[in-house]
Design a protein around this ligand. Structure first.
Ligand SMILES: C[S@@+](CC[C@H](N)C(=O)[O-])C[C@H]1O[C@@H](n2cnc3c(N)ncnc32)[C@H](O)[C@@H]1O
Length: 452
């Protein structure tokens, strides 16, 4: 009996094998069962190695569409392999290509991971494929990377849509989507100034800098767990991309106003609205998803702020609305999330080209309903975290074509972000632009006081 078989006989595996097997399970759920990464990783929340499982799963998800074409070239009939094994090969290849672990240790771990996954008969294949991958990967990638979709690990349809929409920017967008995002927090400036908070962070050994064009935003030099952020538990600070911090100020709310946050969960912008303008007559946060609205409740509780929470479909407002108009409406619409791929790499595997038109139809319905609920003279902000014009300017164009009382007003605050791109009716922030934000599109619309 050799050393490895002896250690297996005692129930011990090569270092990293259990994390790799768990990551393969999670990855299989994302890549083959169309589950979100958060959902897929939920099962491993209490695992001792959860940080490693998360890192391998998200890292492999980020590069999956570059790794699999190469791995598949090393297999005779990839479609005949069990999905978990295919996921394991991708996770192993990810570790070999993108981690500092020696390749032979990863191969040993992957072979044991195959056994943990009860795929003992495939252990030899995993060994052979990953060893060959480690030996030949430079030549394999040199050929595969000629295709920009493979090189940047994006689905071809998305690359094509980005190229068509952003011919001068799409390569930067694709690269930025694979970068690790910065951690940006929003300081509740009614309680602590940005300068004081940066000093607090420094006292806790954390370097940070203000984001000059988003006046409550602070960017940390290195991401940390929220529990390490001074004042997080007592709600003095929230984690929110600087681009997302522009929605609430764009609405220019005043005390005494009635404000509707039409697609509110998990409540990042609801909390910001409540912080910015104390004394609102009403802040109503609507979301169609009952589970997600619980997240709004928890967030507001942590911030010590209040809003009226409503679980409802905005496309059917008569089911919950008493007819009293709102002075301000935020429609932060459900979207393809193609602007936040760097934070959610699973979007590259989950979105299908057909999703986009369906999302645009929903967005238009919600936007129209939100506008109906807006008081004459009131302001509506339409925002998405999409970089696709179909969900942004095309939705707005269709909306404006029919709504005679809608008038576009400049989203000056967003236009001031470095690299922001002025569009027909709104402003687009792009991943990879100088501002360093996620991708967002914002438009401001006001309702005329006269006419029908
Ligand atoms: C982009 S997210 C909102 C993010 C939120 N504004 C924030 O800052 O935390 C879009 C939300 O719209 C909700 N949603 C989707 N369809 C909806 C509908 N028909 N009516 C109301 N909410 C809907 C989703 O459940 C999701 O929580």
């Amino acid at each position: 009996m050799n050393t490895r078989s002896r250690s297996r006989a005692r129930g011990r595996w090569a270092p990293g094998a259990e994390a790799l097997a768990a990551a393969a399970r999670a990855l299989k759920r994302i890549a083959f069962d169309s589950r979100s990464a958060e959902d897929a990783l939920g099962a491993f929340e209490s695992a001792a190695e959860r940080a490693a499982i998360r890192a391998i799963t998200l890292g492999t998800t980020r590069w999956y569409l570059r790794l699999t074409p190469v791995i598949e070239r090393l297999l005779e009939k990839p479609e005949r392999l069990a999905p978990e094994l295919r996921a394991l090969l991708a996770a192993g290849a990810h570790q070999i290509e993108y981690s500092r672990n020696p390749a032979h240790s990863t191969v040993d771990a992957a072979v044991d991971a195959a056994r943990i996954l009860k795929q003992d008969r495939a252990a030899g294949l995993v060994n052979a494929v990953l060893r060959r991958f480690a030996r030949e990967k430079e030549a394999l990638f040199a050929a595969a990377d000629a295709d920009i979709a493979v090189r940047t690990a994006h689905p071809t349809w998305l690359v094509e849509q980005l190229r068509a929409a952003w011919p001068d920017h799409y390569e930067r967008i694709l690269d930025a989507n694979n970068a690790h995002p910065p951690m940006v927090v929003r300081v509740d400036t009614s309680r602590t100034s940005v300068a004081d908070y940066i000093a607090e962070l420094s006292g806790a050994g954390l370097n940070a800098a203000p984001v000059v064009w988003a006046n409550a935003a602070v960017q940390l030099e290195h991401p940390v767990a929220v529990s390490a952020l001074p004042g997080f538990a007592e709600g003095r600070v929230s984690v929110q991309d600087a681009g997302a911090q522009l929605a609430a100020p764009l609405l220019e709310c005043q005390p005494g106003m009635r404000v509707l946050d039409a697609c509110a969960a998990p409540g990042g912008k609801t909390g910001h609205l409540a912080e910015l303008t104390p004394g609102l007559a009403a802040l109503v946060a609507v979301d169609a998803d009952a589970r997600r609205i619980e997240r709004v409740r928890e967030n507001l509780q942590r911030l010590g702020r209040e809003a009226t929470l409503v679980v409802a479909d905005m496309r059917n407002p008569q089911a919950f609305w008493d007819g009293k108009p709102f002075d301000r409406v935020l429609v932060d619409a459900p979207c393809s999330s193609t602007g936040v791929i760097r934070r959610h790499p699973d979007i590259k595997l989950l979105r299908r080209p057909g999703d986009i038109a369906a999302l645009a139809a929903t967005q238009l319905e919600i936007l129209r309903a939100g506008f109906r609920m807006l008081a004459p003279g009131g302001r509506l902000v339409y925002s998405t975290c999409s970089v696709l014009p179909v969900e942004n300017e095309q939705v707005l164009a269709e909306f404006l074509r029919r709504e005679r009382r809608a008038r576009v007003v400049p989203a000056t605050l967003v236009a001031e972000a470095p690299g922001a791109v002025q569009r027909v009716a709104g402003v687009q922030l792009l991943p990879g632009a100088e501002a360093g934000t996620d991708g967002f599109h914002y438009a401001c619309v006001e309702k005329a006081t006269g006419g029908t």
